[in-house]
Design a protein around this ligand. Structure first.
Ligand code: 4NP
Length: 158
């Protein structure tokens, strides 16, 4: 039996980086004709129910994605079964995702930038304390990784 991929993108707050990763992936998957589910979450509970950071909404809009309706949530035990892949935006997120995993987790857990050969092991830096230019860098990074991920998933399709 095969099932379509279900991808969860996880950062700390689910307001800056992971909503952008989700949006970039949705866009890349739609453009490629890949059937996949996508969502995002935070390891922390700071922003449950909140809209993304206004700077993330702005950079997404500049790149043709509307994320104003996204709402923050925290990663939950069932996510480790519901999703086939969980991607951490940085290495601290990766440690937290692994620490919070239930015993019988089935999802593959990895760093998002591992999808780009030249960026293996690298973090998507947190733009929270920066300016709009930092959010443009974040978009470029998550967009490149999302496109690489879509290419890989398409190649893995039966
Ligand atoms: P994110 O950025 O993890 O990319 O969503 C942050 C958002 C909020 C906070 C930290 C990082 N915060 O401390 O509230």
């Amino acid at each position: 039996m095969t099932s379509s991929p279900a991808i969860l993108f996880v950062c700390l707050g689910n307001t800056c980086r992971s909503p952008l990763a989700e949006a970039a992936f949705r866009k890349a998957a739609a453009e490629a004709g890949l059937m996949a589910e996508a969502d995002s979450a935070g390891t922390a509970a700071y922003h449950i129910g909140s809209a993304p950071d206004t700077r993330s909404i702005a950079v997404a809009a500049q790149n043709g994605a509307d994320i104003a309706g996204y709402r923050g949530r925290q990663i939950a035990p069932e996510d480790y079964h519901r999703f086939t892949h969980i991607f951490a935006l940085d290495s601290a997120n990766l440690r937290d995702i692994r620490r919070l995993a239930p015993d019988a987790a089935t999802a593959t857990v990895a760093l998002l930038l591992d999808e780009i050969d030249s960026r293996r092991g690298a973090d998507v830096a947190d733009p929270y304390y920066g300016d709009a230019a930092g959010f443009a860098v974040t978009w470029a990074e998550v967009d490149a990784a999302a496109r690489a991920l879509v290419r890989r998933l398409m190649a893995e399709e039966p």
